[in-house]
Each structure stands twice: as C-alpha cells, then as structure tokens.
Design a protein around this ligand. Structure first.
Ligand SMILES: Cc1cc2nc3c(=O)[nH]c(=O)nc-3n(C[C@H](O)[C@H](O)[C@H](O)COP(=O)(O)OP(=O)(O)OC[C@H]3O[C@@H](n4cnc5c(N)ncnc54)[C@H](O)[C@@H]3O)c2cc1C
Length: 343
C-alpha cells in the first residue's frame, strides 16, 4: 500500500492484486517504531533518516484523507530484564549524552509516578519512539485504491514473462503489464523466481489485553512491548517462532504471552484477543528491493521483517523510482541482487 501511494504521485497506472485469504502480517502488527531495539540496546541503523521520511509520508496520507495521523509519538518505558542489560545500557549510553533517543534512567517506575509496572532492575525512557496504526492505514488505503484493486490469489506457476511484458492468469482473465512487483510478504519464499533468496520467516503471536489500572502514557517494553491502544486496552507484542508457518495462534504462544506480560505488569489484566502472523524476515535481517537480476521487469519489495512501519515509505519511494526508470541508488545490503552474487 505504501508503494501504491508512492506510485499515485506519478502518472503511471497500476493494479494491486491482493488475496484476502492469504494471511498478512500488516493486518495484525502492533506498529511499534522503536529507535533502541533488542537485548543489545543498539540504536537502529539510519533511524533518524527513516523516521523523518516515514512520519512525513504517513502525515501526508492522513492529510489527504482528512484523517487523524497514523503515527502517534510515544515514549517507551524500557525495563531492564537483568543486571547484564542494565550494565550494557550504562556502558553504552552513560558517556553518550548526545543520544536523542535516551531519556532519564530510573530504578523504580513509581519514581516516575507509574504504577502497575514491575522494574526489578530499573530502566530508562526511550524518546522519539512512535506507534503506527497499521490497521487504520490499511483500511484507508483499501478504500482509496478500490478502483485499482483486484481480489484474487496469484498462482505463481501461471506467471509468464518476457523482456517486453509479464502476464498473470486470474480466474478466466489474463492481465498483462510492463512490470510486476511482488509485495507479498513472507509468501515470496514460495516463489521460484526468488529461490536464491534466504528467507527466514518469523511467526509472531500477539494479544490484546484490558488493564483498567495501567496508564496509557507510555509503551512499556523489555523487548516485549505493551502498547497503549486507548479505552484501557493494550496490544502486547510479540513472540518469535521460526519453524511454524501457520497463522493460527497456539497454546504455547499464549502461555509465552501470559508469562511475558506477567514479567512486566503487577496490576490486574485480562486477555481479550489473541492472533498470529508471519513476519517477512530475511536471513540477514535486511529488506529486499529491486529488479530481479535476470529479469528486468520483475521486482520485489519485501523483507520488511520487524520494521515494516519504519522502512516501507523509503523503500516504496525507491521502488517507484526504479519502476519509472530513474535508476535510483539502491544500497547493496537491501538490493535483491545481493542474493545472486555467487551464482
Ligand atoms: C506479531 C507481529 C507483530 C509485528 N509488530 C510490528 C511492529 O510493532 N512494528 C513494525 O513496524 N512491524 C511489525 N511487524 C512486522 C510487519 O507486520 C511487517 O514488517 C509488514 O507488515 C510486512 O508487510 P508486507 O506488506 O511486506 O507483508 P504482509 O503484510 O504479510 O502482506 C503481504 C500481502 O501479500 C498478499 N499475498 C501473499 N501471497 C499472495 C498471492 N499468492 N496472491 C495474492 N496476494 C498474496 C497477502 O494477502 C498480503 O496482503 C509485526 C509482525 C507480526 C507478525
């Protein structure tokens, strides 16, 4: 949908083929945009640039639809899970007072006037984070691009292509186009055109809880995040599993979610909903964009992994430029061609 919005600023015509029966990561993602992620508390590469691009991109779309922004700035109450994490933080950031993402550290959450949160090792405030509303964005995008959209399941084996055009067979129709771009998330891993690529899809389970006594001011995270959604509701995100490619929530996932929430919260809460999806993660944790190295009219826009909300706008813009023949510079580490180097 980000690519559709980018393309709509040019005069090119496009068709989105989308299957509502294929599970989508975006339809369940919690949308946290976090500058300091993971156990090692590293600042996300190029965060500053990506944040500026994505916040401007989503704001423009919200203005276009006269809707509230899809992007809400939030601070994160980052809780240390153990002494080691606390040490890592102090080593990394004590001297580096220049980080615009690191706010004050604390020993107890009640020193910040926050109740219902367990902080046995203390934590710190992450600044300049945000929560992106995937679901509102998708809903508005679907409404906006209704005329450009066909609902159908693409059978990859029916795709034909030559240097001049590509064709896809859907029901009794044949669709011909100049370029074909696969934006099909982790499903690209079943596409024989991309069999060189090392996909490593990661299943994630997520739940919605009600916690009447918990404040909505902060995201609470110890790499597992509790994200305020209004009306005493919180999205709790997420588990990771690597060998299960079904989008059904599991009992094991539910048990893990409960344990991760209990690790963070001392207040009362109960689960309202539980869902699962598959992240389009790559072996090297980088995105994949660009034309297929052997077929110059077939492209891919994927590998968004755990950071779809942050990465999609910049990558959409680069992909648009590629399609328009503008030859943009695509860094090697996100170019699809990196997977063809040794062939
Ligand atoms: C539990 C969980 C939590 C997450 N939390 C966050 C988060 O906090 N922040 C963040 O930024 N990201 C998060 N993500 C990651 C985020 O969801 C992804 O990076 C992003 O949504 C990927 O978007 P995509 O369009 O590439 O793939 P998808 O959203 O999976 O979309 C792929 C689309 O392709 C369609 N499709 C596939 N195959 C076919 C076919 N053969 N024919 C027709 N259509 C097809 C599908 O129907 C779907 O619409 C999370 C993901 C999960 C699973």
């Amino acid at each position: 949908m980000s690519l559709a919005y980018s393309l709509s600023t040019s005069d090119s015509s496009f068709l989105i083929i989308h299957s509502p029966n294929k599970p989508s990561a975006s339809s369940i993602a919690s949308g946290l945009i976090n500058p300091i992620a993971g156990k090692r508390l590293e600042t996300v590469a190029d965060f500053d640039e990506l944040y500026k691009i994505s916040s401007a991109f989503y704001s423009q779309i919200a203005q276009l639809h006269r809707k509230e922004n899809y992007y809400e700035c939030k601070e994160i109450l980052r809780i240390f899970r153990n002494e080691k994490e606390k040490e890592t933080f102090h080593k990394k950031y004590q001297q580096d007072h220049s980080s615009i993402y690191v706010g004050p550290s604390f020993e107890q959450a009640d020193s910040l006037d926050i109740n219902g949160v367990k902080t046995p090792f203390g934590g710190f405030i992450t600044k300049n984070a945000a929560v992106f509303s995937y679901q509102k964005f998708l809903q508005d995008a679907h409404d906006n691009f209704k005329a450009n959209m066909v609902e159908a399941l693409v059978d990859y084996s029916t795709i034909q292509h030559n240097p001049e055009s590509c064709t896809i067979h859907i029901h009794e129709y044949t669709i011909s186009c100049k370029h074909l771009v696969f934006c099909d998330g982790w499903h690209s891993s079943y596409n024989s055109l991309f069999s060189n690529i090392a996909f490593e899809p990661a299943k994630g389970e997520i739940c919605l809880i009600k916690a009447p006594d918990l404040q909505q001011d902060y995201v609470i995270s110890n790499s597992f995040a509790i994200i305020p959604k209004g009306n005493q509701l919180f999205s709790c995100s997420a588990t990771f599993a690597w060998n299960d490619y079904s989008d059904s929530p599991t009992e094991i996932g539910k048990t893990e979610l409960i344990s991760r929430i209990d690790e963070l919260l001392s207040c009362n809460w109960h689960m309202i909903d539980h869902k699962a999806g598959i992240r389009p993660t790559m072996f090297d944790r980088k995105a994949i964009i660009g034309f297929h190295p052997e077929f110059n009219n077939i492209a891919v826009f994927g590998g968004l992994g755990t950071k779809g909300a942050l990465w999609a706008p910049k990558l959409a813009d680069l992909t648009k430029s590629l399609l328009l023949g503008e030859k943009p510079y695509i860094p090697h580490d996100i170019s699809v061609s990196r997977w063809w180097l040794n062939t």
